[in-house]
Design a protein around this ligand. Structure first.
Ligand SMILES: *[C@@H]1O[C@H](CO)[C@@H](O)[C@H](O)[C@H]1NC(C)=O
Ligand SMILES: *[C@@H]1O[C@H](CO)[C@@H](O)[C@H](O)[C@H]1NC(C)=O
Ligand SMILES: *[C@@H]1O[C@H](CO)[C@@H](O)[C@H](O)[C@H]1NC(C)=O
Ligand SMILES: *[C@@H]1O[C@H](CO)[C@@H](O)[C@H](O)[C@H]1NC(C)=O
Length: 349
């Protein structure tokens, strides 16, 4: 080490303290400017409103962490296997992987400022539709989602995937906190960006779109959620097996959602199940007479009639009555549970 005489140091300081006119124009080499970091103001924690008590906030945050966990595994599966994965091909066909990877990443890493979860009931939808587990506030506050009390009764942890008779094809994709909240996040503009949305109506149509290599497949929120659940079940919960559910035609009625509905209904512990059974039965009757279909049903190329899971989801509620189920199905057009398709059809769940 050099021992620099103090006198020399002060001499140098004196020199540098007397800048020439040229030096005056330059910025001092050691000047520190107060430049904010590039990501100043980033919101990295989920925003839960003060209307949630600490137990509710804990459950919502845990559910959101599970949405991230589910999306993270789905993304990792895609990045590992690409479109050679059979599960990938099942839901996305041979499409490029980048869109699905990006759609999942916005949930994993997107800034959290564009999503607020609240527990009061500003639009009174929880009070009026007791079977609703929550709803997007739509035009009233597009960055906000209300979580209704029903969520705390019926949502399950990811660790329970494949349990209690659940399988990907016939179970409800909203029964897990993680998969339900992925759906709710994509409804918020900051996450879904009006791009990740509902394209194919139900499980069967999602598989048809994938088989046809529809470019919509990799931005279909339900398809992404089914894929995430199936990959998680196959890779994490029951390695190599998973619980995809039966393949091919389902027995009994022509509709897969009829099976889904009865499976869910038998698990449901209340009279609300009767609402969905009635709907399914009437759907079958209608298809037999080949007249107009109920709003939540549609006919496939092969003549099969499929009904959306609207009724299956409603039957999950332990407290819903048949009356409220009907209310939810008929007047929930502005709720998170409903969405309008490009062809103008309104679908609720
Ligand atoms: C929090 O809210 C739940 C309803 O979701 C309620 O059952 C519980 O008693 C509340 N906890 C407290 C400490 O207020
Ligand atoms: C997977 O993607 C590649 C392009 O990256 C494409 O050539 C191939 O046909 C796709 N695979 C399937 C099964 O469609
Ligand atoms: C928005 O607020 C109005 C008035 O309170 C209400 O009728 C409507 O249902 C709300 N929309 C949603 C999506 O909750
Ligand atoms: C993709 O979705 C759009 C909007 O719903 C629809 O108009 C278009 O026909 C779909 N494309 C295919 C190939 O199904």
């Amino acid at each position: 080490m050099y021992a620099v005489p103090v006198a020399l140091l002060s001499a140098l300081a004196a020199v540098s303290a007397a800048p020439t006119p040229l030096e005056e124009k330059r910025q001092a080499p050691f000047e520190v400017t107060a430049q904010a970091p590039w990501n100043s103001g980033a919101v990295t924690q989920w925003r839960v409103h003060s209307s949630c008590n600490s137990s509710e906030a804990y459950q919502i945050r845990q559910g959101l962490d599970e949405a991230v966990e589910l999306a993270s595994h789905a993304k990792a599966h895609i990045n590992r296997w690409g479109n050679s994965s059979e599960i990938y091909q099942k839901y996305f066909g041979g499409n490029p992987t980048v869109e699905a990877v990006g759609s999942l990443d916005v949930i994993i890493n997107g800034d959290r400022s564009g999503a607020l979860f609240r527990c009061d009931d500003p639009d009174q939808n929880c009070a009026n539709m007791p079977d609703w587990a929550g709803h997007w506030r739509g035009n009233n506050a597009s960055d906000e989602t209300v979580i209704c009390p029903t969520s705390y009764e019926i949502r399950r942890p990811l660790a329970g995937v494949c349990g209690l008779g659940w399988n990907v094809r016939q179970g409800s994709r909203t029964v897990y906190w993680g998969s339900d909240l992925m759906h709710r996040l994509w409804h918020m503009p900051a996450f879904g960006q009006g791009y990740v949305d509902h394209y194919a109506e139900d499980y069967e149509l999602i598989l048809e779109a994938a088989a046809a290599n529809s470019p919509n497949a990799t931005k279909d929120s339900y398809g992404l959620i089914y894929f995430a659940l199936e990959a998680f079940a196959h890779d994490v919960i029951y390695p190599g097996t998973g619980c995809p559910g039966p393949a091919g035609e389902l027995p009994a009625s022509s509709s897969s959602s009829a099976a889904a509905t009865s499976a869910t209904s038998s698990a449901a512990s209340s009279a609300s199940a009767s609402a969905s059974v009635v709907t399914t039965a009437s759907a079958a009757a209608v298809s037999a007479s080949a007249s107009a279909l109920p709003e939540n049903c549609h006919t496939h190329l092969n003549g099969d009639v499929h009904c959306s899971e609207a009724t299956a989801t409603i039957s999950e509620s332990a407290s819903a009555t048949a009356a409220s189920a009907e209310a939810g199905a008929t007047e929930s057009g502005s709720g998170e549970n409903c969405h309008t398709h490009a062809n103008g059809e309104l679908h609720c769940e």
